[in-house]
Ligand binder design. Structure first.
Ligand SMILES: [Zn+2]
Length: 83
C-alpha cells in the first residue's frame, strides 16, 4: 500500500506515497458530512473542524500528490504545479 517513490525536496528524506484516490475520497466524504452538520446547532464547531481536515486531505492529494515526508511530518507541495 505504501510505496517509496522519491525524495523530500526540503530534507532529502525518502517520501512515502498514499493512494491519492483514497485521500480525495476521504476529503470529499468529510466535506459532505461537514456540509450536513454546519447548519445544525451545537455541532457547527465539529463541522468546521471536519471541513478543515477535509481541505487538508484534498490539498494533500492535489498539491502534495499523496506524498508524505516522515521527517518533516508534512507533505511536500509539488513545484511542478506552481510553475
Ligand atoms: Zn522532508
Amino acid at each position: 500500500m505504501v510505496l517509496v517513490t522519491n525524495m523530500c525536496p526540503a530534507c532529502g528524506h525518502e517520501l512515502t506515497q498514499k493512494p491519492r484516490s483514497r485521500l480525495t475520497f476521504a476529503g470529499l466524504a468529510l466535506l459532505v458530512a461537514a456540509a450536513f452538520l454546519i447548519f445544525r446547532p451545537y455541532v457547527w464547531l465539529i463541522a468546521i473542524l471536519m471541513a478543515a481536515i477535509a481541505i487538508y486531505l484534498l490539498m494533500w492529494s492535489i498539491l502534495g500528490k499523496g506524498k508524505w515526508c516522515r521527517r518533516c511530518k508534512k507533505f511536500p507541495v509539488s513545484k511542478s504545479l506552481a510553475g
